[in-house]
Design a protein around this ligand. Structure first.
Ligand SMILES: [Zn+2]
Length: 328
């Protein structure tokens, strides 16, 4: 028996309207659950295979893009600065650059621009030298946004192998397995007493981390006492700001080849998601990097280009001549 043609037609129209409404909603709100990650890569510095801000950021983007998670990432290279629109859209900002007095956030009114985004709850991740900024020029801001930073004459920057044996109960620890890594792990950071700080990566610093004389980056009585006491030193931390925003500091990342390690990538990729207030998968962010991908996008570094990442393969030691020439 046939139904009434008018009724059938109404049902069809309703179905079509419902479908159209759903499609319109999806079009209007495509990014509602998609987190936007903005990676800011600093200018080239150091020898080849070290402080590869551009290549490192592009590698992290590749891993984020291939994760299949609801995220969108973009990289601003060579110390350039994003547009106000890009900043305003970011759920988290990842900064991998040379720091100190030349930190890329210290140019123009960038600190002011970032402050606006932090206030609305945007996350912040700083990698390696990017965690260092002068105490009286940006120190208070990084402390408030990230919970800690490298303070000269208090923090130190030795090269050492950190043995990470366990991880705290925290989404950034998802899927992490114990690992050891030679890096320029800064430690004895200046931490805030506000908000909630979680030590994500901690290890006992060996005595030879204090083999250099006292100096702005090499040693001071406070850190010598802490190392002598065998206290675990935090080299990566998560921070819940009192206002709800999130920050993460990671002091490794001197050697580009270390991004070839699954755990080293995972802890940073997890942290990027967490600071963007995205859900971190139970097994953490899984990623694969081939030797070719690891060697891609390295900065052209002229005379220093003979310092390929080859000498930094596992088991190799750092060229002391290079370390003597660099502060980080
Ligand atoms: Zn370094």
């Amino acid at each position: 028996m046939k139904g009434h043609p008018l009724i059938l037609s109404s049902q069809t129209i309703m179905k079509k309207l419902t479908l159209l409404a759903a499609m319109a909603l999806a079009t209007l709100c495509p990014a509602k659950d998609t987190k936007k990650i903005l990676l800011l890569a600093g200018k080239p510095s150091h020898g080849s295979g070290e402080h590869e801000h551009n290549a490192g950021s592009l590698l992290l983007k590749k891993c984020l893009d291939e994760s299949g998670l609801p995220i969108e990432s973009s990289v601003i290279k060579n110390g350039a600065w994003p547009s106000p629109e890009q900043l305003a859209a970011a759920d988290t900002v990842v900064i991998y650059c040379d720091g100190g007095g030349h930190h890329l956030v210290l140019q123009d009114d960038r600190i002011k621009q970032l402050a606006k985004e932090m206030k609305r709850g945007c996350g912040l991740v700083c990698l390696h030298y990017g965690v260092e900024i002068p105490k009286d020029n940006g120190g208070a801001e990084l402390l408030g946004w990230m919970g800690g930073y490298f303070e000269t004459n208090f923090s130190v920057n030795p090269h050492w192998t950190a043995d990470f044996k366990s991880f705290p109960a925290h989404p950034i620890s998802n899927g992490m397995k114990p690992y050891a890594m030679l890096d320029e792990w800064y430690f004895h950071m200046r931490f805030t007493e506000q908000g909630k700080l979680t030590n994500v990566l901690s290890a006992i610093a060996p005595e030879d981390t204090m083999s250099r004389p006292d100096g702005s980056h090499s040693g001071n009585p406070h850190v010598r006492k802490a190392v002598a006491e065998g206290l675990p030193q935090t080299v990566a931390w998560a921070f819940d700001r009192p206002d709800g925003g999130r920050g993460f500091g990671f002091t490794g990342g001197h050697f580009h080849k270390n991004w070839g390690d699954d755990n080293q990538r995972k802890v940073v990729l997890n942290a990027i998601l967490w600071t963007a207030k995205a859900e971190v998968p139970a097994e953490g962010v899984s990623s694969k990097v081939t030797p070719e991908e690891l060697a891609a996008n390295l900065d052209p570094k002229g005379q220093q280009s003979n310092l390929s990442i080859k000498p930094l393969l596992p088991g190799a030691t750092v060229n002391p001549a290079i370390c003597a020439a660099c502060k980080h």
